[in-house]
Structure formats: structure tokens, C-alpha cells
Design a protein around this ligand. Structure first.
Ligand code: GAP
Length: 510
């Protein structure tokens, strides 16, 4: 996995050059933290949505879909706590003038201590070889014990101060730990202030009658307010889930790292409604299932890890992230939250309508508890793009950039290429292209030498190239080239489907 700034820059420019991602409103110098998806980007993004939807809705007997609106009654956000509590604790460095999230600064500090522990382990491993017992080392090495003690103390303080919303003590903690701005290297910090992340606009024709509404900061609330509509119309019994994919908006202050942190982004969320008391069981189950889903994409498992939240969101009784090893290090890709009955209860209170489930088995009605899985589609896109980007030196002193995207997610599954335009090869290839189009997303290219065309397909991650040549006209066979191995096979046209399908058909991976 690449970890350098340089590689990240290359990935960003590759994404632009090959029509994956453009800066929004670029001709006006762009809009910060807002991006557009180009012709290849939209295909990859749609495939990611399809894969998530197939796994979370189609393949799950007790989950159904929803597509709720972005604009919601303003009381929704009062009830959900977003008006009062959807804040980031922000702190400015007076020297660099850069703004940071206070919790992130402290968490990064903890990560640094953790990496010191890892270094000690590596050193000891080298020294003691096969005799090395990591557990014993962690329990007995005085330096490691001190590091761990420090981490535990910081985590405890952080948890307490954030629960009490005690910004003064958090600032004191940053001062005590002598946390420095990674850019200016100074500890010259302002006080911490809460900043609400919701975008507001107004609804109504005239300024008198207009009222303030918000662009949703998460898709989840559309699911909560529709809980009974869906439960009754789909005749679902608890436990069951509602899933949706849609846009969310946050006025992020620390907006950087390309599509990692955007102001307009897409979420793929699922709320799983369970009997009160069963939430721990389902929380663990969904943690396991979601990690399995990630691993099914074939990216090596060292690139994923769980991270338990120290600072719980205002609605959660336990929460963790699945973190991914992005080019800038491990960061949150997906959140799994046990949201209790917080949302449904507050919507009951604010709307005056009951949001209860009548449980036939116990002849009782109750407000269900909720376990949520929430993944950013754009972050998932970045995870795929960055892990699939490869620069390879080839045997003949040339090189290639290849996107080793999981084949079933690739923008195009196949490229049909006539070896040359003349001798009827184009005509034959176009016919084959038209036939394959019915089943796969296929591209056609007849411009430039065949080698250059292979490189172009490698650059956008097309898993298979099919070349039509003079032999094709004689025996009805084509060359099938594999993107990753670059190996070429001769295959009869009537056998193409059997060759291609196992590699590119999504259903084989569900
Ligand atoms: N409904 C719960 C919720 O919204 P979250 O942890 O705030 O929880 C869920 O967000 C996921 O949405 C994150 O794990 C991340 O993948 C994605 N996400 C959040 N903010 C984002 C942003 N500004 N840009 C891109 N993706 C974002």
C-alpha cells in the first residue's frame, strides 16, 4: 500500500486525466471540498452503489430500501440533536492560521505514542527472535508500560471532558501534552469553539413567509421518520433494517485530502431496528458482517482495522469505525453505531406521533433500538482508487500505470479492439462490441497502435481486452488479454462468456 504524499498527488492527477474526478466549478477556480465525477468516475461510483445495495438489500431477507428526500421538516434536526449538538470542537493555531478539530489533534497524539510502542515491539522481536513473547513483553517492559499508561490517562480524560462538553479542560489537555501544529510546529493555540456543521437555506417564496431549513447532514433521519411507514407497508418484523443511498451535506471546516472530506458527499446507510437489550448482539454482528464485506473486495486485510470511538456521538452507546489505510494513513471509512432508541424517542416527542413497534411475541409495544452501518461512498471510491493504483516497470524497459480495480467494479468490464481498422476487422469488432454491450459495460477503441490502446485500458482499470485480428475472420477466435497478468489467450467467440463472466460478474462475489 502506498503511503507517500507523492503517490497521493499522482493518484489525484490520474483521476482527473482519465475522467474519474474533477474539481467542481473548476473554470471559476473551483469550490473547496466539492467534486464532480467524470465519465469513468460515475461508472465506478455506480458499481460501488450496486455492490453495496446488492449485499445490503437484495441479499438480506430482512432489509428493505428507501429513497427519502434531502429536505426535511426543520423540527427533524431539533429532534435529532443536530441543531444543538452537531458541532465540531475547533481550535486555531495562531501562527499557521490553520484550524483543527481538537479531538483529532489529541487522537493523532495518541497514535504517535502507539507507534512508539510498535517500534519497541519490533526492536525486541529482532533482539529475541523466536524466543520473543509479545504478550509478556507488553506486560513487563517498563518503557512500554509507561507509554500505555499515558495513553490510558489521555483517553480517560478525553472521554470525561467531551462527555461534559468541557472545552476549557480539553484546551488545557492540549497545552499539557504540548501538542504542536503539524505545519507551524507551534503550540500557540486559541480557545476551542463549537461550530455547527449544517448548511441552512430557506423554504418559501417571500422573505416574510420563508423559514429556515437544512440540507441533511446524514441520510439516517429520513429512515427514522419513515420507520413506521416502511415497517407497516413492508410488513416487517423486528429485527429488520432499512437501507438507503443518498447525498449528505456538511460545512466541513477542515476540508482537505481530496474526496476524503467533502462538503457535499454521498452516504450508504442502513438502520437495523432491534428489540431493546439486543443491541450489543447486533452491533457485534454488523461489525463482523461489514468487515467481511470490505474483505470481499480482495484488498489485503492489513489495510483495514477497527477503531473504537473515545468521543461518542450524541446518539450512541457504543461506536466504532472501520478504518482504511489511505495514502495519508489509517482513517475512517465506515462508522458502525449503536444508536439506542435516541432518535425514534425524540421524534416521538417532537412530532407527538407514536413510533412504536407492536411485538406479537411478547404482546407489548416498544420503541426499537437501532444499530447503524454508515459508509461514505466517496471515501469508498477513494479507498478503491488509491489501493488499485500501481506503477509497474515492464520487461521491455517500459512502464505502465494500471488500476487494479476489483474487476466487477471496474468502469468498463471489457474493451473490444480491432488490431487494425482495415481488412474488415473494424466491422467485425463493432459487431462483437454490439453483442457484448447487451450484457456488459463495454468500450470500443480503434485509434493508435494496439500497445497504446492496452495502456489506455490499463489506466482506467478495464480487466479484459478482446482483440479482433485476421485469424478471427478465419476461425472465429479472439485474443483475450488479462489486465493484471497481461497474459493473452486465444478464445473462441462462443466461449467468451464462460471466460469473462466468472471474473467480472458481481454475483460471483456476493
Ligand atoms: N448517520 C451516521 C453518520 O452520518 P458519520 O460517522 O458522521 O455518521 C458516516 O458519517 C460516514 O460518512 C463516515 O464514515 C464517512 O465515510 C462518511 N463521511 C462523513 N463525513 C464526510 C465528509 N465530509 N466527506 C466524505 N465522507 C464523509
Amino acid at each position: 500500500m502506498k503511503n507517500s504524499n507523492d503517490t497521493f498527488k499522482k493518484i489525484i492527477s490520474h483521476a482527473k486525466e482519465y475522467g474519474f474526478i474533477f474539481q467542481s466549478s473548476e473554470i471559476y477556480d473551483g469550490l473547496s471540498a466539492v467534486y464532480d465525477y467524470g465519465h469513468n468516475g460515475v461508472e465506478l461510483k455506480n458499481n460501488l452503489k450496486k455492490y453495496w445495495w446488492a449485499s445490503m438489500v437484495q441479499m438480506e431477507d430482512n432489509i428493505v430500501g428507501l429513497d427519502s428526500s434531502i429536505l426535511m421538516h426543520p423540527k427533524t434536526w431539533k429532534a435529532s440533536g443536530h441543531i444543538d449538538a452537531f458541532n465540531d470542537p475547533l481550535i486555531d493555531n495562531k501562527d499557521s492560521k490553520l484550524r483543527y478539530r481538537a479531538d483529532v489533534l489529541i487522537e493523532d497524539y495518541i497514535l504517535k505514542i502507539e507507534s512508539k510502542i510498535n517500534k519497541e515491539i519490533k526492536k525486541a522481536e529482532k533482539k529475541y527472535g523466536l524466543e520473543f513473547d509479545e504478550k509478556e513483553f507488553l506486560n513487563t517492559n517498563s518503557r512500554v508500560i509507561d507509554y500505555q499508561k499515558k495513553i490510558d490517562e489521555i483517553k480517560l480524560k478525553m472521554k470525561k471532558y467531551f462527555q461534559l462538553d468541557d472545552l476549557v479542560s480539553i484546551k488545557k489537555l492540549i497545552d499539557e501534552l504540548e501538542i504542536k501544529d503539524p505545519v507551524s510546529g507551534s503550540s500557540n493555540w486559541t480557545d476551542i469553539k463549537q461550530f455547527n456543521l449544517m448548511f441552512s437555506t430557506s423554504i418559501g417564496a417571500s422573505s416574510d413567509s420563508a423559514s429556515e431549513i437544512f440540507l441533511r447532514p446524514e441520510t439516517a433521519q429520513g429512515i427514522f421518520v419513515n420507520f413506521l411507514n416502511v415497517q407497516k407497508s413492508a410488513r416487517k418484523k423486528i429485527p429488520f433494517g432499512i437501507a438507503q443511498i443518498g447525498k449528505a451535506f456538511r460545512n466541513e471546516i477542515v476540508a482537505r485530502q481530496f474526496i476524503f472530506r467533502m462538503r457535499e458527499f454521498e452516504q450508504m446507510e442502513m438502520q437495523f431496528f432491534v428489540k431493546p437489550g439486543k443491541q450489543k448482539h447486533w452491533y457485534e454482528k454488523w461489525k463482523e458482517k461489514r468487515m467481511k464485506w470490505h474483505l470481499s473486495l480482495g484488498i489485503s486485510k492489513e489495510n483495514y482495522r477497527f477503531h473504537n470511538h473515545e468521543k461518542l456521538a450524541h446518539y450512541a452507546d457504543s461506536a466504532c469505525d472501520i478504518e482504511f489505510n489511505f495514502p495519508f494513513g489509517f482513517k475512517e471509512l465506515e462508522g458502525i453505531h449503536s444508536r439506542t432508541d435516541f432518535d425514534l424517542k425524540l421524534h416521538e416527542e417532537f412530532s407527538g406521533k407514536k413510533l412504536r413497534y407492536y411485538d406479537n411475541e411478547i404482546n407489548e409495544s416498544y420503541v426499537p433500538y437501532v444499530v447503524e452501518t454508515s459508509i461514505g461512498l466517496d471515501r469508498m471510491f477513494l479507498a478503491i482508487l488509491s489501493s488499485s493504483y500501481n506503477e509497474e516497470e515492464l520487461e521491455n524497459n517500459t512502464s505502465r500505470v494500471v488500476l487494479k480495480i476489483p474487476p466487477f467494479l471496474a468502469p468498463y468490464k471489457l474493451a473490444v479492439l480491432p488490431l487494425v481498422k482495415k481488412d474488415g476487422l473494424s466491422k467485425f469488432a463493432k459487431k462483437l462490441f454490439s453483442a457484448l454491450k447487451l450484457k456488459y459495460n463495454v468500450t470500443y477503441d480503434e485509434k493508435d497502435a494496439i500497445g497504446r490502446r492496452y495502456r489506455r485500458q490499463d489506466s482506467i482499470g478495464t480487466p479484459i481486452c478482446i482483440t479482433v485480428d485476421h485469424e478471427t475472420l478465419i476461425d472465429g477466435s479472439v485474443t483475450v488479454r488479462n489486465r493484471d497478468t497481461m497474459l493473452q489467450n486465444r478464445v473462441k467467440i462462443e466461449d467468451l462468456n464462460d471466460n469473462i463472466d466468472p471474473l467480472v460478474n458481481m454475483s460471483a462475489f456476493l
